[in-house]
Design a protein around this ligand. Structure first.
Ligand SMILES: Cc1ncc(COP(=O)(O)O)c(C=O)c1O
Length: 385
C-alpha cells in the first residue's frame, strides 16, 4: 500500500556509518552520536541505538527534553546536553543524569544550587574560539570557570570536559586551524592543572572529524555523517557514507496538460507542449520546501522527472513528459512510488542534491521532514517492527 509521504530509515546504514567513523578516529578517541532534533529527523531512539551498536559510546542532544526521552527509552550511556539550559529546565537535565555544557558563572551558580552535593553532575566547559555563539570568550575566563567546578564551593559539580565548536569545519580550513590553535592551550592548562583527573576533551563535528585528525582529541561529536550525509555537501559515496533516509510519495493522479494549461498555485508552470502531469500528495507541510518549486527532481520507475509548478502544503506536481502520448498512456502509473530522496533504479537524488538546490545544508533538509511523515525502520532488506 502506498503512503502519501513516507520516510524510510535504514538503521543498518547508521550503524555502519558509526563503525566507519569510529575506524577513522585517532586511537583512543570515542564517538559521540549527536541525536538532537530527533536525530535530524531519523528518530532519536532508534538512531541512537544504531549508532551505539556501531561503536558510539556517548550521545549528545541539544535540549533537556531530548535527554529525558533517551533515558525514558532505557538508554544508559553517557548523554551530553550541548545547548543552553535555563534554571527552570535544570531539574529535567539532572533527572536524566546528563552531563551539561557550561560557559557562564551564572549558569554554574544555578547548577550548583540545583545539583545534589555528591559531585555527580558533569560539566563540560566550552571555550568560544570563534563560533561567536555559546561558550566563554577568553582563555583565562574559561580556565577560571573550570577551576570553580573543581572547588569546594561547588560540591555537586565535577569538571568533566573541555570543548569548543567549529564555525567553518565544512568550509574554511584556515579558520578551523585558527580555532584549533585557540583551543589547544585551554585543554593543556586544564590537563596540567590536574594531572590524572579524567577530563574529556572534544571539539570535532562531522566535518572536522573527516578532514582534521588533530581535532579528534578524546571524543568527536558527529551528527550528519552518521546519517550518511557529507558535511561538505559532496557525494556521500566519495566519503564512504551511506545515506540512511529515503523520502517517498506516490503518484496519486496523472492528467494531460495541453499547451497553455497550468499546474499549481500561481500558475508557475504552464505547459508549452502536450505533456502529462503527475500529482504526488506530499508538500511543504511534509518538508518539501516551497523553494523547490520548479527546482527539484522526482524519481519514478527508475526515471528522473522535473518537479514543476509551486510546491503546495500537501501536493507537488511533476512533469512526466509527452512520452506515450500517441498511445494515450501516461508514462507513470497511478500508485507508483515516487522518490524525492533516495534511489530509483539507476537514478539517485541525495539529501545533498536537495540541499544544494536550496543553498542550505543537509541538516536543514533532514530536520525539515516533518512529524506528519511516518517513519518506517528497516535494516537493509529486513523490516524493523
Ligand atoms: C556543539 C555541536 N557539536 C557537534 C554537532 C554535530 O554537527 P554535525 O551534525 O555537523 O556533525 C553539533 C550540531 O550542530 C553541535 O551543535
Amino acid at each position: 500500500m502506498a503512503l502519501r509521504a513516507l520516510a524510510r530509515v535504514n538503521l543498518a546504514a547508521i550503524e555502519r556509518n558509526a563503525a566507519r567513523l569510529r575506524a577513522h578516529l585517532k586511537p583512543g578517541a570515542e564517538l559521540c552520536a549527536v541525536v538532537k532534533a530527533a536525530a535530524s529527523g531519523h528518530g532519536a531512539v532508534p538512531a541512537a541505538r544504531a549508532a551505539l551498536a556501531g561503536g558510539a559510546t556517548w550521545l549528545a542532544v541539544a535540549t533537556v527534553g531530548e535527554a529525558a526521552q533517551l533515558r525514558e527509552a532505557g538508554l544508559s550511556v553517557p548523554i551530553l546536553i550541548m545547548g543552553a539550559i535555563s534554571a527552570e529546565e535544570l531539574p529535567v537535565a539532572l533527572a536524566a543524569r546528563a552531563d551539561v555544557v557550561g560557559w557562564s558563572d551564572s549558569f554554574v551558580d544555578d547548577l550548583a544550587r540545583a545539583a545534589p552535593g555528591n559531585g555527580s553532575v558533569g560539566v563540560h566547559v566550552k571555550l568560544d574560539t570563534g563560533m561567536g555563539r555559546l561558550g566563554t570568550r577568553g582563555l583565562d575566563r574559561a580556565v577560571a570557570l573550570a577551576e570553580r567546578l573543581t572547588g569546594a564551593a561547588t560540591p555537586g559539580l565535577v569538571l568533566a570536559g573541555a570543548m569548543t565548536h567549529f564555525a567553518t569545519a565544512d568550509g574554511d580550513p584556515e579558520f578551523l586551524a585558527e580555532q584549533l590553535s585557540a583551543f589547544r592551550p585551554f585543554a593543556q592548562r586544564l590537563r596540567d592543572a590536574r594531572p590524572g583527573h579524567r577530563l574529556l576533551v572534544h571539539t570535532a563535528n562531522s566535518a572536522a572529524t573527516l578532514r582534521e585528525p588533530a581535532s579528534h582529541y578524546d571524543m568527536v561529536r558527529c551528527g550528519i555523517a552518521l546519517y550518511g550525509c557529507d558535511p561538505m555537501n559532496r557525494d556521500p559515496d566519495d566519503v564512504e557514507l551511506e545515506p540512511a533516509m529515503q523520502l517517498s510519495s506516490y503518484v496519486a493522479a496523472v492528467k494531460r496538460a495541453r499547451p497553455g494549461e497550468s499546474a499549481g498555485y500561481g500558475r508557475r508552470f504552464i505547459a508549452d507542449h502536450d505533456t502529462w502531469i503527475a500529482t504526488l500528495p506530499i508538500g511543504y507541510a511534509d518538508g518539501i520546501r516551497r523553494a523547490l518549486s520548479n527546482n527539484c527532481d522526482v524519481l519514478i520507475g527508475g526515471r528522473r522527472y522535473p518537479l514543476v509548478g509551486t510546491v503546495s502544503m500537501d501536493n507537488v506536481t511533476v512533469d512526466l513528459g509527452p512520452a506515450h502520448r500517441e498511445a494515450g498512456d501516461p508514462p507513470a502509473e497511478v500508485e507508483q512510488e515516487a522518490i524525492i530522496i533516495g534511489r530509483s533504479g539507476a537514478e539517485r537524488q541525495t539529501v545533498e542534491d536537495v540541499a544544494n538546490r536550496l543553498d542550505t545544508v543537509a541538516h536543514e533538509v533532514l530536520c525539515g521532514i516533518s512529524a506528519r511523515v511516518p517513519r518506517q525502520y528497516h535494516r537493509d532488506a529486513e523490516p524493523v517492527l
